[in-house]
Write a protein that binds this ligand. Structure first.
Ligand SMILES: Cc1cc2nc3c(=O)[nH]c(=O)nc-3n(C[C@H](O)[C@H](O)[C@H](O)COP(=O)(O)O)c2cc1C
Length: 415
């Protein structure tokens, strides 16, 4: 492969973690490719990785000492990775502080499990624990290890926390079996990491406000009116915006999944609290994306304590809540305003009416009755409609992929 002229890797510092997989030798090719694209690469090997390849190979090729021991004093190479103003003498802190990206390739089931569980019992896992930049795993393992629900759950958890994965290939495995688990080709690993670095500049310096989750409107002190929104779509948008370099504020009601890291989280409960926080945060935002399922109605009054069963019948009087999106549309200024709409029939026509009425720049509509677009699911099927009425229908995608498409659309329309 030839070095790419304007590579994103130019001047970047990469910490390449090698773990105990039969594919450890492929780290050599990765090191050469990263170096040829202009990256400064420091290699860290686990004890198991050193059973497969001797550190000397990486040392000679990188021209730098290989990091192996948590309790060793930091070599000069680690100091080179640290920010100039800090001279931490603690190796894993120094190494992680200065790396633009930590790439673990090949990544064993073990390192994935350790990071997902918050374990830092050797140098590489301690570096990951303290990492400031992106952490990317390129897994390599036997197909049954890959398909093990524990491994898959660890991967899902790490993804939701903002860690990235380069999917392994399917084919003949070193153990003689066939299936998914083969380390992705060097070219793909490098270009996916490069894309991540490029992405980080997309919304750099842009303040993005995302609302997510569902609101809860109290009936009394123990009961409330709410809805089935899981918050997953909004959290995916906040994660994707963060990954694209935005300065993200997430105003969130209750959700079924943990909030993403690396964003400013403002937790709210009711529609009224949501309105107050959104109005405050919107003042500074250049882009506002409203995905929260805000109750359209709230009980007219909250009873004290717990309403007794009584005669077995209860009439609730509900009052309409304030339309936050509509209000923002009236005071739009230069802000780019995006609304999400759930419609079960005549989706496009209804969404177009909503876009006009609320003065939005973009509306994203989905029908939760379609398979693959349900509330609690991990995928969604949406259509995006802009101010000129142009409609783009997206296929069924993961919520994170939908989020990326929406953000790319915002970028194009803002230009
Ligand atoms: C020959 C051999 C090949 C192995 N290949 C893999 C592999 O490809 N992926 C994996 O997850 N584990 C593999 N293992 C198991 C790991 O080496 C083991 O889980 C180890 O504890 C990983 O440690 P580390 O994650 O700290 O490097 C292999 C073990 C042996 C003996």
């Amino acid at each position: 492969m030839t070095p790419v002229g304007g590579s994103e890797f130019k001047g970047k510092r990469v910490l390449l973690g090698i773990t105990g997989s039969i594919a450890a030798y492929k780290g050599v090719e990765l090191l050469r490719e990263l170096t040829s694209r202009g990256a400064t690469v420091t290699v860290c090997m686990t004890r198991a990785a050193r059973e497969f390849v001797a550190p000397l190979t990486f040392e000679v090729l990188s021209g730098r000492g290989v990091l192996t021991d948590l309790f060793a004093s930091p070599p000069e190479e680690t100091a080179g990775l640290g920010p100039r103003e800090t001279t931490s003498s603690v190796q894993h802190i120094e190494a992680s502080a200065g790396a633009d990206v930590v790439l673990i390739a090949p990544a064993t089931a073990n390192i994935i499990g350790k990071v997902a569980s918050g374990i830092a019992d050797d140098l590489l896992s301690s570096i990951v624990m303290a990492a400031k930049g992106k952490v990317v795993f390129a897994p390599a393992m036997n197909v049954r290890m890959w398909e093990n629900p524990v491994v898959q759950e660890n991967i899902s958890r790490l993804r939701s926390l903002g860690y990235c994965f380069v999917e392994p290939d399917t084919g003949a495995l070193a153990c003689g079996e066939e299936g998914k688990g083969r380390l992705a080709p060097t070219e793909r690993i490098v270009s996916e990491v490069e894309q991540l670095l490029r992405d980080r500049r997309t919304f750099s310096g842009t303040r993005v406000l995302v609302t997510a989750g569902r609101t809860e409107e109290p009936i009394d002190h123990v009961r409330y009116v709410s809805n089935r929104s899981s918050g997953k779509m909004g959290y995916a948008l906040a994660s994707a915006a963060r990954d694209m370099g935005a300065d993200v504020t997430l105003v969130s009601g209750r959700a079924s999944v943990p909030p993403p890291s690396g964003v400013k989280l403002v937790s709210v409960r009711t529609a009224a609290e949501m309105r107050k926080e959104v109005m405050a945060a919107a003042r500074k935002a250049a882009v506002v994306i409203m995905t929260a399922a805000v109750s359209d109605f709230a009980p007219a009054r909250q009873e004290k304590g717990k309403i007794p069963r009584g005669s077995g019948e209860l009439t609730l009087r509900l009052r309409g809540t304030r339309d936050i999106l509509g209000e923002l549309g009236k005071k739009k200024g230069k802000r780019f305003l995006v609304g999400f709409a759930v419609e079960v029939d005549e989706e496009i026509a209804r969404a177009k009416t909503k876009l006009k009425k609320k003065n939005l720049d973009l509306i994203v509509v989905n029908n939760p009755l379609l398979e693959g677009a349900a509330f609690e699911g991990d995928t969604n099927i949406v259509s995006m409609i802009d101010r000129r009425g142009r409609v783009e229908k997206l296929p069924r995608l993961s919520k994170y992929e939908v989020a990326r498409e929406v953000l790319k659309k915002i970028l194009t329309l803002r230009k």
